[in-house]
Design a protein around this ligand. Sequence first.
Ligand code: ZN
Length: 181
Amino acid sequence: MIARAMSTQTPASTVFPLQMAKKNARWRGEIALSSFARLGELLAANGPVAVDLRFTLTDGGICQVVGSARVNARFECQSCLELVPGEVVVTIDFRVVGSEQQAHETAHSAEPFLLEGDVVSVAELIEDDLLLSLPTRGCDPSAPCPNRPGYRYAAPDEGDRSKTETTNPFAVLSQLKQRDD
Ligand SMILES: [Zn+2]
């Protein structure tokens, strides 16, 4: 009896990193957001996370994992608290080590992933990298948050200061002071 029909499009979501590294294997697939223990709570998205990983051996015989993961999601802007759509693209580059000592030896040259045993889910393997790469703001971080309540763009030409700064009490004070002068 066949235990369960496996999808032919999505590979099994568990991997044997060292075995795959010895074969220079590649893992590509999509992982449902629900497979991630912590990520799902932080992302307003239905997933999935698109993953592309290559497993190779270093000269020292350690499994190196290089690749990318991307997910479309909506992020809560820390300024306006609105959900703003965006894509997270994470560059993956770490080494799978089998002991604390090996992790310590690896840490100076590459990010170690400590794996007890020889099998791990892809979600577990990349979840930390995804968590660390989440934007802390939904709105464009290089620009003032356009959704913030009460936010006003300053006019490019602030020739008439009385119009652009009327909401700032200190500006009003400075105007009064200028008139006194
Ligand atoms: Zn915002």
